[in-house]
Design a binder for this molecule. Structure first.
Ligand code: NDP
Ligand code: MG
Length: 398
């Protein structure tokens, strides 16, 4: 079997380390050519020692010098680079697969660089699609890149769609509805007034999934599901009217596809990102992921209920952004990232996150961005406006 080369952007994160675990379990099938981290030099050093990539990338010159020194004399083929140019080199590396797992808007430019190469992209960085869906999908179309979703819901949908499915042709494929499942996050059953005082630690303690801090907060506000609705709309070409969200506390059914004949297909599995990662790495084959099989008898029951958008307003904002079109996704995303960052730094209460996003959508609504530079400029403008609103926020925590 031929060895497939892989570049992992965001290797030191939650998705990055899960990806490397799947690669570790399939050593004869894959070879790592590039790894990028940002601040975590310790972890990147040990990943370089284990996977011996040709390129390793960190945030800045100081960390690069540190990593170079640590790796000196280890006999590795690893060049160390940093910053935007380093990310560009890793994204443009000659790899058959690029895993796009940087968190947030910082992932957009490197992911687009990888897309332009026209090879296989494993997309975890949903923010890049939310920010620039039209631009992103046009780039995919141009380069002929093979875009495979790693986000568990979208990977599940991909697995449940028919072989003849093509973007935007739901009806021709017999698909009537796409339903994303959501765990509901750690505050699923909390009363509205209890949400005011939640701490970052509580928000990051997800009941089912172990993830990075930013996406954990997104999960707790339901913004993550909102971002995923927009992600699904772009990935599969599904109109908002054909997209639905269902709360499923056990996180066993990862999403559904409903067909015109009344059939509903679902993908089930333990909540472990190594399953969708392994699926996308090997597709259309299947490889071991280290995930134990589901024991449905032991689980006993699976529950489903409607989301409560009174307590969790962020989900509605995503549908609003989809309806409004233009650069609404970028506005929503920038405001959310600024608000989540402030909440994680104890500068703002949890419940203000939704207020900041709503205010940004009101203020910047109708703005469009014709190209990547305009999109990144809008991202900066919305962030700085959101930060000003946060600074004015009287009810800071602690
Ligand atoms: P983490 O915070 O765990 O990891 C983020 C990665 O990006 C790390 O490698 C980090 O480096 C790097 N990074 C952070 N900031 C920058 C920057 N400015 N420039 C370059 N690299 C940077 O995030 P997750 O792994 O949880 O999430 C990654 C992406 O995958 C997100 O878009 C998320 O929405 C998506 N996703 C995650 C899931 C999960 O289960 N975790 C599930 C589905 C989607 P370092 O740590 O060295 O600073
Ligand atoms: Mg998901």
């Amino acid at each position: 079997m031929a060895v497939t080369t892989v570049s992992v952007l965001g290797a030191t994160g939650s998705i990055g380390t899960s990806t490397l675990d799947v690669l570790r379990r399939n050593p004869y099938a894959f070879r790592v050519v590039a790894l990028t981290g940002h601040g975590n030099v310790d972890l990147l050093e040990s990943q370089c020692r284990e996977f011996a990539p040709e390129l390793a990338v960190v945030a800045d010159a100081e960390r690069a010098a540190d990593l170079r020194q640590r790796l000196a004399g280890a006999g590795l083929p690893t060049e160390v680079d940093y910053g935007a140019q380093g990310l560009d080199a890793a994204a443009g590396a000659d790899a058959q697969i690029t895993v796009a797992a940087i968190v947030g808007a910082a992932g957009l430019r490197p992911t687009l660089t990888a897309v332009a190469r026209g090879r296989r992209i494993l997309l975890a960085n949903k923010e890049s699609l939310v920010m620039g869906g039209a631009l992103f999908m046009a780039a995919v179309e141009r380069s002929g890149a093979e875009l495979l979703p790693v986000d568990s819901e979208h990977n599940a949908i991909f697995q449940c769609l028919p072989g003849n499915f093509s973007r935007g042709r739901l009806v021709d494929s017999g698909v009537s509805r796409v339903v994303l499942t959501a765990s509901g996050g750690p505050f699923r059953d909390w009363a509205a007034d209890a949400l005011e005082g939640v701490t970052p630690e509580q928000a990051c303690a997800h009941p089912n999934w172990s993830m990075g801090r930013k996406i954990s907060v997104d999960s707790a506000t339901l913004m993550n599901k909102g971002l995923e609705v927009i992600e699904a709309a772009w990935l599969f070409g599904v109109e908002p009217a054909h997209l639905d969200v269902v709360i499923h506390p056990q996180s066993i059914v990862h999403s559904f596809v409903e067909y015109a004949d009344g059939s509903m297909l679902a993908q089930l599995g333990n909540p472990d990102m190594r399953t969708p990662i392994a699926h996308a790495l090997a597709w259309p084959r299947r490889i071991p992921a280290g995930v134990p099989p589901l024991d449905l008898v032991r689980l006993g029951q699976l529950e489903f209920r409607a989301p409560d958008t009174t307590r969790f307003r962020c989900l509605d904002f995503a549908f609003r952004a989809l309806r409004e079109g233009g650069a609404s996704g970028a506005i929503l995303n920038a405001a959310n990232e600024a608000a989540v960052e402030a909440f994680l730094q104890h500068r703002m209460p949890f419940t203000r996150i939704a207020d900041i996003i709503a205010a940004a959508l009101d203020e910047f609504g109708g703005t469009d961005a014709a190209d990547l530079d305009a999109l990144l400029a809008l991202d900066r403008d919305v962030r700085s406006r959101a930060r000003a609103m946060i600074a004015q926020c009287a009810g800071g925590v602690q």
